[in-house]
Design a protein around this ligand. Structure first.
Ligand code: MG
Length: 279
């Protein structure tokens, strides 16, 4: 964002054409960089952001229970590598014509002597009856419900932008664990309704297109440098929230904002300018 577009104030807010309260002594160009468009939509990551999950307990328990559940149909030695390979195929896929579920299921059933008609009801029953028992590995992030509620009360839209590699039933259950399942989200991404996964920029572009808004009026809130900062590749600013920041070193950590969930409310009020504007 430099050059003519910035000088003309493209993306500047309708209101508040005066100097930013924190702009003291800056040139006009620097000042326009401080004036962020109003955020209309907040995208929230779930795990590590709104929901604290003990991943070392959760994932072995999850995959162990799922493998046990499927034992009448597939041995764990057949099931687990197939699950991992199909998941990897889904995460890598960037075909806009196929949903994540379609990619996953095509890979999972490829060369298998079982049909989706047989196995899908078994998966559905697992998410209904067994998955809720994993709640003991998770607890709401402190203040999560209050922060999301305040975003909604301010008239903004909230989106659950969690990695769309799980069925909607599993994501709704995890929203229950976070104490958020009754809130009116504008969109909850799941493997049924998305065509891309994090960290592809297309995942974020699809959310923006689905909502019919501009990337510049969205803010992504997440704890994962690779997966959540990928929103920047789609033109969306990012608040990286601690204390559970994940950084695998595959991408420089250059969030627009960094802080806690509570800091979000100050950012939305315009009290905290983006990092790039403050230097
Ligand atoms: Mg996360």
């Amino acid at each position: 964002m430099d050059g003519e577009a910035e000088k003309r104030g493209v993306g500047a807010p309708d209101e508040g054409t005066g100097p930013h309260p924190m702009s003291g002594g800056r040139t006009a160009g620097e000042e326009s960089a401080l004036m962020s468009p109003r955020i209309s939509t907040v995208l929230f990551d779930l795990d590590g952001t709104l929901l604290h999950v003990d991943v070392e307990g959760f994932f072995p328990d999850y995959f162990g229970r799922l493998a046990d559940w499927l034992k009448p149909y597939l041995t764990p030695d057949e099931f687990t590598p197939r699950l991992m390979a199909s998941t990897a195929r889904m995460v890598a896929d960037r075909d806009p014509a196929r949903t994540n579920a379609e990619v996953f299921l095509a890979a999972f059933f490829d060369g298998l002597d079982l049909t989706p008609e047989t196995l899908l009801p078994v998966f559905d029953a697992f998410y209904r009856e067994e998955f809720p028992k994993l709640a003991r590995h998770a607890r709401p992030a402190p203040g999560a419900r209050e922060v999301v509620s305040k975003v909604l009360e301010s008239g903004r839209r909230a989106v659950i932008a969690t990695s769309p590699v799980f069925p909607r039933a599993a994501i709704l259950e995890r929203l229950r664990w976070a104490g958020l399942d009754d809130l009116p989200f504008a969109l909850i991404t799941s493997y049924e309704n998305m065509h891309f996964c994090k960290p592809h920029r297309e995942y974020y572009a699809e959310i923006v297109a689905r909502l019919g808004c501009e990337p510049g009026e969205c803010l992504m809130v997440g704890n994962d440098v690779e997966e959540d900062l990928a929103a920047q590749d789609a033109g969306i600013r990012v608040l990286l929230v601690g204390p559970n920041i994940i950084h695998r070193g595959r991408r420089p950590s250059t969030p627009d904002y960094e802080g806690t969930l509570d800091d979000l409310l100050f950012i939305l009020d315009g009290v905290v300018p983006p990092r790039s504007a403050g230097t």
